[in-house]
Design a protein around this ligand. Structure first.
Ligand SMILES: *Cc1c(COP(=O)(O)O)cnc(C)c1O
Length: 392
């Protein structure tokens, strides 16, 4: 079956013929007798016993995600970070070593480089991720994990997932890839050899800016082990209601992603030609430095991109930002609504000016999440706001 069909086809739902499956809003499930409960405990991961373990609504959503990502199994978590921290903890041990990319999502970076360092004496090495040799050169005897994010916002650097996965396998190192940007529709990291694919479901998979969730996907045996340890013990389960919202969202994922892609491409081309714009970073643009690698490992491009104004004067950047009318000002991305964010707002609070530059960002950078509105209205809005910018 094609993903468009899988995501809309709820044939498993046998509840009174309801076209939308119900929400199993309960903490526990009861059994007819001793034998029944005893049998359920023999195969705990296959039965509904207690909702910190398995819940039918959650199970329904997980099966759809697993199918979409070509994974044996998916486990939903209460947030992207709950999923990411669980997957990382599954892979590490005290005094071990991680290699990751310098543009990795901020909280993920802090979790590895600060929290795991402090609690378990785990070292993290950051590389640009642009070539496989960098990873090879940084492998140590105690390296247990290569953590990737491709593309990684706000500069959208890609990593060659197939080559890095092969290198890791040969050295007995686990790989995790954050695939939030591309979604499983546009990139299958597991098929490229990655061990665990993680997502902030909050972004495109949720798609309506009304839920926060995360997912880890991978091979049966490892997912079973992760379920019985990091999932059940840390307890970061998703609520049945949010899983139900997600089932709703997944039905329209293919049409939404197609529209995000079309709109983002129009907006990117518009910005690239604009005299007040110095640079557009969007993996779908032929001018993108890693365009060829993107074409090789992705089937499409989502709607998050960034561009650089021709000024680094914060008052000018502010004037542009505040002049936007269609683009809402806010964090996060992947929803139906277009959003704009200036990395300078938070990065300058958290990073030194040197770190800021090292990440390849400048004060004049604007990140936009291109939503599902008419591209013409979005371009008109950007055009209007760009008129207030005076070049340096
Ligand atoms: C938002 C985000 C996360 C974290 O997800 P939450 O659902 O907010 O916990 C992780 N990775 C990427 C790339 C993100 O954009």
């Amino acid at each position: 079956m094609f993903p468009e069909t899988t995501l809309c086809h709820d044939s498993e739902c046998k509840y009174e013929g309801a076209v939308v499956p119900p929400i199993f809003q309960n903490s526990l499930f009861t059994f007819s007798d001793w034998e029944a409960i005893d049998k359920a405990f023999d195969a705990r991961q296959e039965h509904f016993i207690y909702s910190r373990g398995k819940n039918p609504t959650v199970d329904f959503a997980e099966k759809k995600l697993a199918e979409l990502a070509h994974a044996d199994r998916a486990i939903l978590f209460t947030s992207g970070m709950a999923a990411i921290s669980a997957a990382i903890l599954y892979c590490v041990k005290p005094n071990s070593h991680i290699i990751t990319v310098k543009n990795v999502y901020g909280p993920t970076s802090n979790f590895m480089a600060n929290y795991l360092k402090e609690k378990l004496n785990i070292e993290t090495t950051f590389v640009s991720g642009e070539n496989v040799e960098e990873f090879r050169e940084n492998i140590r005897e105690n390296t247990v994990l290569i953590y990737l994010e491709s593309p990684a916002s706000p500069v959208f650097c890609l990593q060659d997932l197939e080559a890095i996965a092969a290198l890791a396998k040969a050295s007995n190192i686990k790989t995790i890839c954050d695939n939030t940007w591309a979604t499983p529709l546009f990139q299958n990291t597991l098929e490229l050899g990655i061990d665990f694919e993680v997502h902030s479901v909050t972004k495109y998979l949720g798609g309506h800016s009304d839920l926060v969730a995360g997912v880890v996907m991978g091979k049966q045996q490892e997912m079973e082990a992760l379920f019985s340890r990091e999932y059940e013990w840390l307890g970061g389960k998703i609520s049945p209601f949010e899983a139900w919202l997600l089932i709703r969202s997944l039905r329209t994922l293919p049409v939404r992603m197609q529209r995000h892609q079309e709109n983002a491409m129009k907006v990117a081309l518009f910005l690239e030609k604009h005299p007040q714009v110095a640079l557009v970073r969007y993996p779908g643009l032929p001018s993108f430095p890693q365009y060829t690698l993107g074409q090789k490992q992705m089937k499409g491009y989502s709607g998050l991109l960034s561009f650089q104004l021709k000024t680094n004067d914060i008052s000018q950047v502010k004037a542009f930002y505040n002049a936007l009318k269609m683009f809402h000002r806010g964090v996060s991305w992947g929803g139906f609504e277009s959003l704009a964010y200036a990395p300078a707002i938070s990065y300058l609070k958290e990073l030194s000016p040197e770190q800021f530059v090292q990440m390849g960002i400048s004060p004049g950078d604007i990140r936009i999440s291109v939503g599902l509105e008419a591209a013409e209205d979005l371009m008109a809005d950007l055009g209007r706001a760009l008129e207030v910018v005076i070049n340096d």
